[in-house]
Write a protein that binds this ligand. Structure first.
Ligand code: UDX
Ligand code: UDX
Length: 440
């Protein structure tokens, strides 16, 4: 069994560390945040990731947490880099945390550096050159990108669709492959640049599918088709498959927005205008804003109207608010003069101007509309006599097509989904005050 140092105790670093410890390896996770390390040492898990706590508990004696670089490096055969790579203002990935880790390696380091963080193509070559320039030729370098989705990260790690390993040196690649013994899944062995590109291209393709189905949904609304049925009919084609065809209010999260932007930027910096990527990103920006038009169609001007956002995290089963569509929606609604309330079973973000409530019922009391922003299963039984009676206007805009339109309408709500047929009975009787004043 190997000794593995992991840099970064975030969503990716913690899951990677816990799963390797579960496979029997000795793991030391290093982070720069004292509070995070203290909590982990006390047995707390600082992020919401189903299943992670149980794995950490199970391997307590094989995983430790530290603020000290030396402790993570000493005796380690592998040094996994799992620090964040957020976008810069230019849209490129900010690699400063990655470079800090590389620069902090001691002069006598012997391990294999394994890049888990998502980085632009060419990063591995630059790190290799920097290591060589410091006389660290004995330090190996391997790209081993992550494909774990939040909420299912532990399962995705232990039962992966594939393990991608890009190495400069065949033996280093073999060593990283051997770390994964015990995990069943095809292994793709390649060069470092291609491994880096696989990660960016996989995410780019997934967001392309979502933006595609979102545009189909928008056309469905105009022509009276139902995108849920359309997606089902498309997805049964074995050449296409059913995944990532759920229309909604757009994709967010810690990876998709930054990685699609980084790929677009990487292409542009390399002299190529990536038309498709640009369109896919633009469609997503517009998609987040379409809810406003739906609300206006029913309620007229939004100034003074009270709108409840149900679900705030970028998707269910996470507390992650990074690039959550709720952030764009809340600020657009506030700009229109609406009063915005929010509810989420896990995320408790501090959103300026948004009042958070402890239950969907409280959030919609006297509200003019409820918008389902995140498809938390708790919202499946949101429509009821009680919630309808509590609302000033019983209007539900279902940004995720979570609910069944017929049963919601049968309860007396006006319902508008995404890419679904609009019923004439859906327009609220007192709706549509004319737009007399320009919105703020
Ligand atoms: C990861 C990846 O690293 C990113 O490239 C990938 O595309 C998405 O997932 P994630 O684990 O989600 O990031 O990020 P985050 O939860 O922010 O964790 C990063 C951790 O690294 C934080 O705990 C942060 O404190 C730590 N960190 C950051 C360091 O230990 N050192 C630094 O210099 C900077
Ligand atoms: C994603 C990738 O799936 C994972 O492989 C990568 O390593 C990190 O980025 P994650 O961001 O955790 O994982 O979540 P994911 O389930 O992929 O959803 C991302 C966003 O797309 C969410 O906002 C979700 O609501 C949206 N989405 C997803 C849709 O709008 N429709 C879909 O059909 C699927």
């Amino acid at each position: 069994m190997a000794k593995i140092g992991i840099f970064g105790a975030g969503y990716v670093g913690l899951v990677t560390g816990a799963c390797f410890a579960d496979l029997g390896h000795e793991v030391v996770v290093r982070d720069v945040l004292p509070e995070r390390i203290e909590r982990l040492r006390a047995g707390e898990v600082p992020i919401y990731e189903p299943g992670l706590e149980a794995v950490l508990e199970r391997c307590r004696d094989r995983i430790s947490f530290t603020l000290d670089v030396q402790e993570a490096v000493a005796g380690s055969d592998f040094l996994y880099v799992a620090v964040g790579t957020p976008p810069t203002y230019a849209g490129d990935a900010d690699l400063s945390a990655v470079w800090t880790v590389v620069d902090e390696l001691p002069d006598d380091a012997q391990a294999i550096v394994v890049m888990k963080s998502t980085v632009p193509v060419g990063t591995g070559e630059k790190v290799r050159a920097a290591l060589d320039a410091r006389g660290l030729e004995a330090v190996g370098y391997v790209s081993n990108p992550e494909f774990t989705a939040e909420g299912t990260a532990v399962r995705d790690f232990m039962e992966p669709d594939r393990i991608v390993i890009g190495a400069f040196d065949e033996e280093d690649g073999d060593a990283v492959e051997a770390l994964h013994i015990g995990i069943d899944g095809p292994v793709v062995r390649t060069d470092v640049n291609s491994a880096e590109m696989i990660k960016l291209a996989a995410n780019a393709f997934l967001v392309t599918r979502i933006s595609f189905i979102n545009e189909i949904a928008n056309v469905c609304e105009l022509v009276g088709a139902d995108v849920k049925h359309v997606a089902e009919g498309i997805g049964l084609d074995h050449r296409l498959g059913p995944h990532f065809l759920r229309a909604g209010i757009g994709w967010g999260g810690s990876c998709f927005p930054k990685d699609s932007l980084a790929l677009k930027q990487l292409a542009a910096n390399s002299g190529y205008h990536f038309h498709l990527m640009n369109a896919v990103i633009e469609v997503n920006e517009l998609q987040k804003r379409r809810v406003l038009q739906k609300l206006q169609r029913h309620l007229g001007r939004l100034r003074g109207k009270s709108i409840a956002l149900l679900g705030l995290a970028f998707k269910p089963n996470t507390d992650d608010m990074r690039e959550a569509p709720s952030l764009v929606l809340a600020s657009r609604l506030i700009a229109e003069g609406a009063e915005v309330r929010g509810w989420d079973p896990v995320a408790r973000p501090e959103l300026p101007g948004v009042t958070l409530h402890d239950s969907p019922l409280e959030a919609v009391r006297d509200a003019d509309a409820a918008v389902i922003v995140t498809e938390w299963p708790q919202l499946l039984d949101f429509p009821s006599e009680e919630t309808r009676a509590a609302m000033r206007h019983p209007l539900i805009v279902d940004g995720r097509n979570l609910l069944d339109p017929d049963s919601v309408r049968a309860l007396g709500f006006a319902y508008e989904g995404t890419g679904r047929r609009i019923s004439p009975t859906d327009v609220l009787p007192e709706a549509a005050e004319p737009e007399l004043e320009p919105s703020e």
